[in-house]
Design a protein around this ligand. Structure first.
Ligand SMILES: Cc1ncc(COP(=O)(O)O)c(C=O)c1O
Length: 441
């Protein structure tokens, strides 16, 4: 058994869905599903210690440096660090002014957060089905779902392969809709030479533990090319704090009316050194990132090309190793796309395999020691949404993908040659075993 005990989370964890699927079922795993998506070394360790010595531990120089590096890399005008992708998407939902009754077209093949932020503002997620080859939202179905109430389109670059953005932007332009890119899987991904997070009106990234770079387990970034949105993000990310300070009450006495006059930020000793104004009627929150996380983010940005290349190399090896296995479909990277392999999503063709995906996955896990996991249950199948009356039979391709086809193999840049070989052999053996069991001869 080749488990790297030091790095395997095993045992009890706080939150199963985001930190481990370890069980004490006696299965000997050769390749566990790791919940750490990156590589840390002395650079991150030194950066953490240095940031801890700073006077300010939040919204300081490291946050600015991380934002600048991120914006430059993704060729986007503005980048603002935040506490995670969900809070980033919440800010964007407020920027788009999604109000009760407004419809937002969204993919069901995503982490629930993409729809939660719509629901949180009283909006209505309207699900468009996926393209069965890319697993991304299908622009043709998006076009069919537009109504008079539609206000925005939320896309997710699933697994690290970007959505076909040109038709999405055309639909948005035609109907006057806003577009958000959920780039949680797509750090550094490109589509026709354009980076994730640089095409839609605003975008959000995740630096959760699993992601291609991580800022100590949680973190996010909001990007936009729009100056007005940039101001809105700064306002909503941090207590509706408005700068430059609009209001001076330095001469205020009880009974006086508040007089508004601009004060210099340099006169920090004046009372009321910041003002609070809701952004377009929306109240903000504290969605900030801290300096320790940002310092780690800066190191991770230096490593990003290396980390991405490692993932792509692993992806290429698995693709090659599984070529021609009957009933198994490997990762698809269309011309003009740069896939960053956040996930390695393998698909089972049950007809060709002769057995079910679930059986295949069970054999792969129990007999071959390779732990796969599933992403994502169609959002409208969650009980909370079912209670709202969503048709469980809508978006059949998303359901088929989740219940019958997909399986994500362990994918992170620390996988060894032995791990890769074990995964390839494991999939080959599991496929052969399932086929044999169902062979009538
Ligand atoms: C597609 C997608 N969107 C949004 C999120 C939410 O990200 P965060 O955990 O940073 O809030 C995730 C995280 O797993 C995700 O995979």
């Amino acid at each position: 058994m080749d488990i790297d005990k030091k790095h395997f989370t095993g045992g009890k964890t706080e939150g199963g869905i985001t930190s481990s699927y370890a069980t004490e079922d006696g299965v000997t795993l050769k390749v566990p599903y790791s919940f750490k998506g990156t590589i840390y070394d002395d650079a991150e360790r030194a950066a953490v210690l240095a940031a801890m010595e700073q006077d300010s531990l939040t919204m300081g120089p490291k946050t600015q440096e991380f934002q600048n590096k991120f914006a430059k890399y993704h060729k986007v005008k503005h980048a603002f660090a935040c506490s995670n992708c969900t809070t980033g998407m919440h800010v964007i939902t407020q920027l788009f002014d999604i109000k009760p009754g407004d419809e937002v077209i969204v993919t069901p093949n995503t982490f629930v957060a993409t729809s939660l932020v719509i629901l949180k503002e009283g909006g209505i997620p309207v699900f468009a089905d996926i393209d069965p080859r890319t697993f991304n939202i299908d622009p043709a179905d998006v076009a069919r779902k537009v109504t008079k109430k539609t206000k925005a389109i939320y896309v997710v670059h699933y697994a690290g392969l970007m959505v076909d953005m040109d038709p999405i932007m055309e639909i948005a332009q035609k109907h006057g809709l806003k577009v958000m890119e959920d780039c949680a899987h797509a750090i550094g991904a490109t589509y026709k030479g354009r980076y994730a997070g640089s095409i839609g009106d605003a975008s959000a990234f995740s630096f959760h533990s699993l992601k291609n770079i991580t800022t100590c387990g949680e973190g996010g970034m909001i990007t936009t090319n729009c100056d007005n949105y940039a101001a809105g993000i700064q306002n909503l990310r941090c207590m509706n704090n408005t700068q430059p300070w609009d209001q001076s009450v330095s001469e205020w006495k009880f009974g006086d009316k508040i007089t508004c006059k601009k004060t210099s930020p340099l006169e920090y000793w004046l009372p009321a050194h910041f003002d609070v104004i809701p952004w377009n009627g929306h109240w903000g929150s504290n969605y900030r990132m801290n300096e320790i996380q940002a310092a780690v983010g800066c190191c991770q940005m230096e490593k990003l090309p290396m980390l991405t290349e490692k993932r792509r190399e692993i992806g290429r090896k698995i693709n090659a190793g599984l070529e021609g296995v009957k009933g198994i479909e490997t990762v698809y990277e269309p011309e003009g796309y740069y896939h960053v392999y956040h996930l390695y999503t393998l698909c089972v063709n049950e007809k060709e395999l002769g057995g079910s995906r679930d059986e295949f996955m069970r054999v792969l896990y129990q007999e071959e020691g390779v732990q796969g996991i599933l992403h994502y249950q169609p959002t409208f199948h969650f009980t909370g949404l079912q209670r709202m009356g969503y048709d469980p039979n809508q978006c059949p391709l998303s359901s088929e993908f989740f219940y019958k086809r997909e399986l994500n193999l362990p994918m992170h840049p620390r996988l060894t040659e032995q791990n890769i070989e074990d995964m390839i052999n494991g999939v080959r053996n599991a496929a052969a075993k399932v086929r044999k069991r169902h062979c009538k001869a």
